[in-house]
Design a protein around this ligand. Structure first.
Ligand SMILES: [Zn+2]
Length: 554
């Protein structure tokens, strides 16, 4: 093994706001971080250690995406993107041209439909004359899918009743009309579309996704809605790498809501079994760490659970889970040593999630369970403080706070309530650990624009815009990078081996060509990514942010 010394660098170790200039690694570990004139460095140099002069570039711990759906991200990269289509005509022309270009495809699968481009209309009859094959069009927010008649038939929607938490929209005769929303998309259409892609195609897509993540400076991720099918594919993918993926991954097992608690507990039992089989203490880089529960929807779809009604509705939207059921599930999972992650966007869902997690957030035999809440888009000042008090991680996706994606909020919930949106600084000041993620594929996976959103609160999608979203809730750059690295590692109990730069931790880091200024983040570039002491190839995959940004979350 060769000792490698990085000199002439500005090394951000993962916390604080000071830099070191020299780091030494051996094998997969960091041996030293500090000044260059230390005897250990001088000795290593005289013994012939390899030296890499970083020309004043910045080293940060490898980014960890705290909330991603990696197989969905991988597959979504291969779907026809309709995001730039502003009208029904444009959608039809784009699909028609694509269908003619790819006659060998069994079905046409699209993404990026913005509902307003069709005036909210999504009828099978609007697509049926384009092609005989099934046509599926995922909404940009991933909360619904628009199908032609062949697709509805392929899904068996005619003979299906609405799944819990979902709607198969129907005409006046009760016949499916084309749109499947919420769990009808998530639990019916999406699993079907994943199941019809061959294993080999999935592995190839994952290969591309891994390259895209490495190129963006990531060395780890937390998958936030794992299921049987995806886990099997990931296991195969790992085998292809002889057990050594180019990143570490921890998974939260999705426990969908059902009125039948036997069904619900079946998912929890499966998560417990997999946690034992792929335990973070035995398999830290490929493990099942917890469960994921979805407590509400999204503000843009008017499905997030708010304490007050939306401007266009009389009654508040309720949370998906009744509180007793949520309590029963989180307590069972916690007792088995699992972390609980609750998707909660609206203030009513956040309150329910905190109340529930508070019952099982006390110290367990092996320490606090480090439960987490995902998204936290609208919170009361009281709840923003409670996160820290209860040791609940604030798992947030700054890319969702982009001003471009916020434009519908004032009309949906009223301007006066918008002032509470994305209150990251309050979470931090309340003592909560903050972990950043991207929620790809619902948004861009890139780490640096995510940091730009978190710090400047301006748009990474329209950089020329001066709009901001609650600028006073923005984080300092060092705190933001900490959330994207150390905080993310802490959120999955991995801070003992990754997420920071100090002696004994894994040599997982990214080299950035940038000024250490929030305003400079969109011009910053990842020039090297190292995982476990090995430099990874990042030559490919410069992606167009505009192409892959979206408006929602899962
Ligand atoms: Zn998600």
């Amino acid at each position: 093994m060769t000792t490698t010394i990085f000199t002439n660098a500005r090394i951000f170790t993962g916390s604080g706001n000071t830099f070191q200039n020299t780091m030494m690694i051996l094998g997969h570990q960091i041996l030293y971080v500090g000044p260059e004139d230390d005897p250990a460095i001088l000795c290593a140099k005289s013994s012939g250690a390899r030296e890499i002069d970083l020309d004043n570039h910045i080293i940060v711990p490898g980014f960890i995406d705290s909330h991603v759906h990696i197989l969905d991200f991988a597959l979504s990269q291969r779907r026809l993107n309709l995001l730039s289509c502003k009208s029904r005509l444009s959608i039809r022309e784009t699909i028609k041209a694509y269908a003619q270009e790819y006659p060998e495809l069994e079905r046409v699968v699209c993404k990026g439909w913005v509902q307003s481009s069709t005036g909210g209309l999504a009828l099978a009859s609007m697509l049926d004359d384009l092609d005989k094959r099934p046509i599926y069009i995922q909404a940009n927010d991933l909360h619904s899918i628009w199908c032609n008649t062949a697709a509805l038939h392929e899904l068996g929607a005619e003979n299906m009743s609405d799944p819990p938490g979902g709607t198969i929209h129907r005409d006046e005769n009760g016949k499916p009309s084309g749109l499947l929303s919420e769990s009808a998309h998530l639990s019916v259409a999406l699993p079907f579309l994943t199941s019809v892609v061959s294993i080999e195609e999935k592995l190839t897509a994952l290969e591309d996704a891994a390259k895209a993540y490495t190129a963006a400076g990531y060395t780890g991720m937390i998958d936030m809605a794992m299921n049987e099918e995806d886990w099997e594919v990931l296991k195969l993918f790992r085998q292809r790498y002889a057990g050594e993926l180019p990143f570490h991954i921890a998974a939260h097992w999705l426990v969908p809501y059902s009125g039948d608690m036997d069904v619900v507990f079946g998912y929890v039992d499966r998560a417990i079994a997999l946690h034992r089989e792929f335990h973070p203490s035995m398999s830290p880089t490929f493990c099942v760490v917890g469960i994921k529960l979805i407590a509400d929807g999204v503000v843009d779809g008017c499905t997030a659970a708010l304490s007050q009604p939306y401007t266009n509705t009389a009654d508040p939207v309720a949370t998906i889970w009744p509180t007793p059921a949520l309590q029963a599930v989180t307590q069972k999972a916690t007792a088995a040593g699992l972390q609980c992650a609750v998707h909660a966007i609206g203030d009513a869902a956040v309150k329910q999630a905190i109340d529930t997690l508070s019952l099982s957030s006390q110290v367990q035999p092996n320490g606090p369970p480090r439960h987490r809440i995902e998204h936290l888009e609208l919170t009361s000042p009281e709840d923003a403080k409670r996160l820290g008090q209860l040791g609940i991680t604030a798992s947030v996706q700054p890319v969702h706070s982009d001003p471009v994606l916020f434009r519908a909020w004032p009309s949906l919930i009223g301007q006066h309530r918008c002032g509470r949106a994305f209150a990251y600084k309050e979470f931090l000041e309340g003592g909560a650990r903050v972990a950043f993620g991207s929620d790809a594929p619902t948004a861009a996976h890139l780490a640096l624009p995510n940091l730009y959103n978190a710090t400047t609160r301006k748009s990474a999608i329209e950089p020329e815009s001066e709009e901001t979203v609650n600028e006073h809730f923005g984080l300092e750059l060092a705190k933001a990078v900490e959330a994207a690295t150390t905080g993310a590692a802490y959120s999955r109990f991995a801070e003992g081996w990754t997420g920071g730069l100090k002696k004994g931790l894994n040599a997982d880091f990214a080299v950035l060509n940038m000024d250490w200024r929030a305003e400079g983040l969109l011009k910053a570039r990842v020039t090297q990514t190292w995982y476990r002491g090995t430099e990874k190839n990042i030559d490919c995959h410069t992606r167009n942010l505009r192409q892959i940004v979206s408006r929602s979350r899962l």
